[in-house]
Write a protein that binds this ligand. Sequence first.
Ligand SMILES: *Cc1c(COP(=O)(O)O)cnc(C)c1O
Length: 375
Amino acid sequence: MDFLPFTRPNIDEATIAAVGEVLRSGWITTGPKSRQLEAELSAHVGGRPVRVVASATAALEMALQVAGVGPGDEVITCPLSWVATANVILKVGAKPVFVDADRASRNIDLDLAERAITPRTRAIIPVDLAGLPVDRDRLYDIAKRHRLRVIEDAAQSMGANWRGRRIGSFGDLVSFSFHANKNMTSGEGGCLVLNDEDEARLFEKLRLQGVTRHADGGMDVDVLGGKANMTDIAAAIGLGQLPRLEGFNARRRELAALYFRHFDRQLGCELPLEDMAQSNWHMFQPLLPLDRMSMDRGEFIARMKDLGIGVGVHYPAMHLFTLFREMGFQPGDFPVAEDIGRRTVTLPLFPTMADEDVERVCAAVSGVLKPVLSV
Ligand SMILES: *Cc1c(COP(=O)(O)O)cnc(C)c1O
């Protein structure tokens, strides 16, 4: 049987042809395709300004700069995310203030977030883990009352919605990723949704060396920028993906529903929150019943691989990484995030999977776990 990876990008022939056209056109860096992608993304989020960049990590870092976050500032986030979420806080010289995850949603616990606010808190970075949106009503209520900026790390929640409103179409700064594994891709890439044209202009300068070009051919530099522009090669891929996003996400939702139907509840795994209305089902992640298993997670992943099934881990709680341990974070600081991070496994979920693939994965999980479970 073919190996079933935990995810796989879905690129059609029209997109491959469009990339070929860009390559033949003589203009392969940022140009008309990048501007077209920005216009189409803006339409996707109800007309708000959108700018594309080389990665969501770059978008998040520059979003912090647009929000005026720097040395001496504190930024609240959750340690259960891809490490980019906290790295960018360090990159701008600010201090990451972690708060634990909520067990049901596995997203940031907003009660704890509110309690972590100090006079130095400038911003909060919520993460929609696996594409399940953080409670936007409560989030923006807190932000408004404490005058905090919000930089939404929506890397995983492209096409998801909060109470029927598309993520990115409201709120403060919103960052999406087009990494190869995300629900839509440009190979590598990302974008930021901003509040107005002034913010968009500052963001444009930050992504390309701080340069403002003048009509007479001259230029000026008045802020320190970096190098994070998107190529038209990548933008052509993104343009081929965006019109298919809703279809991709609808299929992901169907596959997630099949997981809930076929997964053996007797195994003692904890399943994710069954949200069939708002999540874009970026990932399907049971938590293993490790304390009842005579096998660790690494062995489970290896046994699944022997059965031709790819299993990922997204993510270990990041405050336990050496970089953050050296800043004083310790085991036990965030018990929910640590428990989820220790037990989580990402099972295959991508739009071109067949219904039978889900049944095969569920059967394999049962086959691997049953013999090693104690009662
Ligand atoms: C993928 C991801 C990022 C980073 O996106 P890149 O485009 O790879 O830089 C940040 N945060 C989360 C939660 C992600 O999943």
